[in-house]
Every structure is written in structure tokens, then in C-alpha cells.
Design a protein around this ligand. Structure first.
Ligand code: C2E
Ligand code: MG
Ligand code: MG
Length: 436
């Protein structure tokens, strides 16, 4: 009975109740013998994905293997427990920061750098870690665990596969984040979201061929918030699903008032692809707005293909069959795996701004842009150069033979009404002449 109550049945490690019990005792004894100690919270990265795609049996096996690796790393006197799910904790006998750091680094390496071979599958996961020291970071069990958890949360935000120590600023940051999350939750119903549109110039015809819809949040107190400041929060909290649906619906609706030969491009987050209702959302938006499917483009980043590649490609293929255009966004950053380009017939590749930024001075960037454009031609994928700010960059992009340019040189992202005015005034020849 005791074993059942205090041990985790799957891994055999002490469970949460047992860990809390030990931690409480440790806190009490610290008060009398005045020795410091530390608490480490460990959370696995991508575990949910393994569980969802390879099944719970493999997930369980993985947890056991992780428990083994963790057990091998700790020293005598340390206690390791599984708190639940993919969350582990260690009660460290040491309070020396460097020792705790070293252990955390070893764990991140042992879990993240060496894949697991399970059921004939090679599985890569990672570990993120938060550490809190007693008494500096907390004197009672709940406070210590909460602060180790905050540090863990920060480590995840830092990009996973890392460890972080608690510091007081985390508390402020987490309060801030929670406030933002609360606000974002009501942004749609409070009518605080808005789409800006940035024109894309077709280099051959000199026409505006499409516009990219870029999300803005008009925060009642903070003013206009750019997507970089809230998209990742929306992704972490799942709010991106609602936001994404709003963006698709609104973009389709608003594009119907434009001339019939201008399409609208919408950015999709990888998280939206985990929503089985994505295709239906798009279909419904097209139907209710009356926008032709060939006037809607979807921009995806590599992140979309990193998770469930087969399912994603199936969804993309279905959408493409309906006539939508699919673009690979921010190409050249991240993994830039060319295998994606052979696995899915993208209609467009958008070269990331970072390359154009250094053109024409930088020889490497010039060569890379040139190579991507050549590659695009061979693959029959149109190429957009993003972030074109100067006339010089524009001339370069055109000379290299890209199909479209986007950037401040043509126009910044515009509010809906300003965009309507912009396209009404646009004369194809003016840009062609400067390019020539
Ligand atoms: P992106 O899709 O690569 O969009 C282009 C970004 O570059 C936009 O930033 C745009 O304002 C900016 N930009 C365009 N031309 C220039 C230029 O010449 N110079 C410079 N310095 N910047 C330029 P923005 O609007 O802040 O959006 C940032 C990112 O946020 C987007 O990158 C996209 O990944 C994401 N995002 C925007 N709207 C949405 C959305 O509705 N859903 C999702 N999931 N992501 C979105
Ligand atoms: Mg984009
Ligand atoms: Mg981009």
C-alpha cells in the first residue's frame, strides 16, 4: 500500500505526494541545521508530440527511459521524482550554483542530444529545466516549487533545451505575460484586432498582384502591438486557433472589395495545423465571403512541416487541390531543408528579409539570393523577395529575376482603407520604369 501511495507506478520513482513530503521535511530540517539546497523542475520538450503520433505505449516507454537516464545522472543524496505527465523534479543536496548548473547541463545533454530508440523508432526529445535555491529563492515548499516552475517556464520560452535559475524578474515577467494573455483572450470580442495589408509588386507586369495580411492588436492601454509581441503567446496558450480563424475570415471578407486580380496572403502558425478543422475553417471563410479560392494564399514556415509532416502535407495538398496557393515563408532561415521543397509543390518561395538586408554589399547574400531564385525557377516555384527597403535592393531583386517584391520600398503594411486608396492610385508603369 505504501509503495503504491508513494511511488509512480510507471517509472518506479517517488511520486508527487512523496516528493512534497520529502521537500517539506527538508525545509524543516534546513531551519534547524541551516544547510541550503535546491529544487530542480524538469519538463520534456516535444513529449506531447511523441505521445500523439507514436501512441501512449511508446510515450510510457519513453518516460521510463528518461527516468533511467535521469537516475544515472544524480548523485547520492539527491532525490528524483516524477510529478506527473512528463514532469520530473529533483531535490538537490547541494546549494552550490555551479554544481546545480552542471547537473542541469548534463541532463539537458543526456535527454536532448542522444535520441531514444523505442519500438524500432528513433525519437528525439529534449528537456527544459528550472532551478530554485533554498533559502534565497523560497523558504517554504510551495514557494520553492512555484519559483522553480517559473524558471522552467522561462527556460521553455528561451527556446527549450535549456535551464534557468529563478530570479525575481521572472515573477514580474510572468505577471506581465498573464495580463497580456488575459487581454488577448478578449481581443476578438472587444474588436481590438485589425489586419494591415502590405502590397506585393509583380516585377513583370508592374501590377500589385497580392497583399499580405498582417495582424495588429490595438490594445486599449498600450496602443498598437505588433505580432512579434503576441503571436508566440497566442501559440503557447492555444489562443492562436481563435485568432487564426478570425484572420482567415476577415482577410477573405475584406479582399472581396479589392479588384478581382489581387489576391490576399494569410500567415498560418504551425499550431493551426494541429487543428483538424483548419481546412473546414478555410472553406467556410471562402464560401461566406464569396472569395475565389485562387485569390487566397497561405504562407507557412518550415515550423509547420517539422511536426506531423505527413498529415500537414495531406492538408496542404487538399487545400492546393481546391485552388489555393501555398507559399513557403521566411525561406533561408531555420532548417531550410530542401527536402520540403521536393515533398510539397509550393507555389511560391519567399526569401527571408535577412538576406536582402545586406544586399548588394554582401557577396555571400547576393549569391544565396541568386541561388534560391535559380532553384525556384527549376522547381517552377515563384520567388518573392521580402523586406526590400531601397531602390538599390529593388533593382537587384528585379535583375536577379525574382517574380515579386515586398517591402517598405513599395509600401509599408497599410490599414484597410489606406490599402484600398493605394491600389486605386497605383500605376503599373511607374515602378517598371525605375526598375529598368
Ligand atoms: P512575415 O510573414 O515574414 O511578414 C513580413 C514582416 O516583415 C511583417 O512584419 C512586415 O511588416 C515586415 N516588413 C515588410 N517589409 C519590410 C521592410 O522592407 N523592412 C522591414 N524591416 N520589415 C518589413 P510584422 O507585420 O511585424 O509581422 C511579423 C511576423 O508576424 C510575420 O512575418 C508573420 O510571421 C507573423 N504574423 C503576422 N500576422 C500574422 C497572422 O495573422 N498569423 C500568424 N500566425 N502570424 C502572423
Ligand atoms: Mg508572411
Ligand atoms: Mg516572411
Amino acid at each position: 500500500m505504501r509503495a503504491l501511495a508513494f511511488n509512480d507506478a510507471l517509472t518506479g520513482l517517488p511520486n508527487r505526494a512523496s516528493f512534497m513530503d520529502l521537500l517539506t521535511r527538508r525545509v524543516i530540517s534546513r531551519r534547524s541545521d541551516d544547510t541550503a539546497f535546491a529544487v530542480m523542475m524538469i519538463d520534456l520538450d516535444r513529449f506531447k508530440h511523441v505521445n500523439d503520433t507514436s501512441g501512449h505505449a511508446v510515450g510510457d516507454l519513453l518516460l521510463c527511459k528518461v527516468a533511467e537516464r535521469l537516475r544515472a545522472e544524480i548523485r547520492e543524496g539527491d532525490v528524483i521524482a516524477r510529478l506527473g505527465g512528463d514532469e520530473f523534479a529533483i531535490l538537490l543536496a547541494t546549494s552550490v550554483t555551479e554544481e546545480a548548473d552542471l547537473l542541469a547541463r548534463r541532463i539537458v545533454e543526456r535527454v536532448g542530444d542522444q535520441p531514444f530508440l523505442l519500438d524500432n523508432q528513433i525519437i528525439y526529445i529534449g528537456a527544459s529545466i528550472g532551478i530554485a535555491f533554498s533559502p534565497t529563492d523560497g523558504t517554504d515548499p510551495t514557494g520553492l516549487l512555484r519559483n522553480a516552475d517559473l524558471a522552467l517556464y522561462a527556460a521553455k520560452l528561451d527556446g527549450k533545451g535549456r535551464h534557468r535559475r529563478y530570479d525575481a524578474a521572472l515573477n514580474a515577467a510572468s505577471v506581465e505575460r498573464r495580463l497580456l494573455e488575459e487581454g488577448l483572450r478578449h481581443a476578438i470580442e472587444n474588436d481590438e484586432l485589425e489586419l494591415y495589408y502590405q502590397p506585393l509588386l509583380d516585377t513583370r507586369s508592374g501590377r500589385i498582384g497580392s497583399a499580405e495580411a498582417l495582424l495588429r492588436w490595438n490594445h486599449p492601454e498600450r496602443g498598437l502591438i505588433p505580432p512579434a509581441d503576441f503571436i508566440s503567446l497566442a501559440e503557447d496558450t492555444g489562443l492562436i486557433l481563435d485568432l487564426g480563424r478570425w484572420v482567415i475570415r476577415t482577410a477573405c471578407q475584406e479582399a472581396t472589395s479589392w479588384p478581382d486580380n489581387i489576391s490576399v496572403a494569410v500567415n498560418l502558425s504551425p499550431v493551426q495545423f494541429s487543428d483538424p478543422g483548419l481546412a473546414a475553417t478555410i472553406e467556410a471563410a471562402l464560401k461566406s465571403s464569396g472569395l475565389r479560392s485562387s485569390r487566397l494564399e497561405l504562407e507557412i514556415t518550415e515550423g509547420v512541416l517539422l511536426s506531423d509532416e505527413e498529415q500537414t502535407i495531406a492538408t496542404l495538398t487538399a487545400l492546393k487541390t481546391q485552388g489555393l496557393l501555398i507559399s513557403m515563408d521566411d525561406f533561408g532561415t531555420g532548417y531550410s531543408s530542401l527536402s520540403y521543397l521536393s515533398r510539397f509543390p509550393f507555389d511560391k518561395i519567399k526569401i527571408d528579409q535577412s538576406f536582402v538586408r545586406q544586399i548588394p554589399g554582401n557577396k555571400q547574400c547576393t549569391a544565396i539570393v541568386h541561388a534560391i531564385i535559380t532553384m525556384g525557377k527549376c522547381l517552377d516555384m515563384a520567388i518573392t523577395v521580402e523586406g526590400v527597403e531601397t531602390e538599390e535592393q529593388h533593382a537587384f531583386a528585379v535583375a536577379q529575376g525574382c517574380d515579386a517584391v515586398q517591402g517598405y520600398n513599395v509600401s509599408k503594411p497599410l490599414q484597410r482603407t489606406d490599402f484600398a486608396a493605394f491600389i486605386a492610385e497605383w500605376t503599373p508603369y511607374c515602378r517598371l520604369r525605375t526598375a529598368a
